[in-house]
Design a protein around this ligand. Structure first.
Ligand code: IMP
Ligand code: MG
Length: 178
């Protein structure tokens, strides 16, 4: 069995998510039509907290997209497929893509291409975690919660083989022998 080491407490995460919600809100005019798109499953808690802390605005829609990437163990190979696309038309709307964690960056650049094809007015990126060490493709990330160098992280939506998504904080997985 692996062990877990706390990296970010729920309190630390929520303080930062509140700040992000303010930053995001301030970057769009109050009447702008916004669509927040969360990536399943990892961003489900982050998106839920973000919209609850967002100052009130009338024109906000929420949708989800799910992609899977085929890879060995915990590294994505870059072969990415969509298993659930968004259902909301985004043409002419301002879109914020909400990601749990950017690792190699391959999923993000795939999603950016996919969403740009749907002709949004603008497309910005918000990631809870920006993990730098294994980056292969750089895309500009407009809003970042926390930057981390390395480590496999779980909790607050993130999983290790579908475990630990429900944990309130964020933990590093310490595998046996490490
Ligand atoms: P990328 O395409 O390599 O950037 O991978 C992004 C996806 O890989 C994320 O949306 C996660 O689903 C998964 N992932 C990458 N690093 C971690 C991690 O540390 N913990 C949990 N999932 C991760
Ligand atoms: Mg995952």
């Amino acid at each position: 069995m692996e062990k877990l080491k706390e990296i970010l407490s729920l309190e630390t995460i929520q303080t930062r998510v509140k700040e992000l919600a303010q930053e995001i809100s301030a970057s769009y005019p109050p009447e702008e039509s916004l669509v927040f798109i969360g990536t399943l499953k990892g961003a489900f808690i982050f998106l839920a907290d973000l919209v609850r802390f967002l100052p009130y605005r009338k024109n906000l829609e929420i949708d989800f997209i799910r992609v899977i990437s085929y890879g060995l163990s915990d590294t994505s190979s870059g072969k990415i497929i969509i298993t659930k696309d968004i259902e909301t038309p985004i043409s002419g709307k301002s879109v914020l893509l909400i990601e749990d964690i950017i690792d190699t960056g391959l999923t993000l650049s795939f999603l950016i291409k996919h969403l740009r094809n749907k002709d949004p007015k603008s497309l910005k990126i918000c990631a809870l975690l920006d993990k730098k060490e294994r980056r292969k493709e750089e895309s500009p990330i407009d809003f970042v919660g926390f930057t981390v160098e390395r480590g496999f992280l779980v909790g607050y939506g993130l999983d290790y083989a579908e475990k630990y998504r429900h944990l309130p904080g964020i933990y590093e997985v310490i595998k046996n022998g490490e």
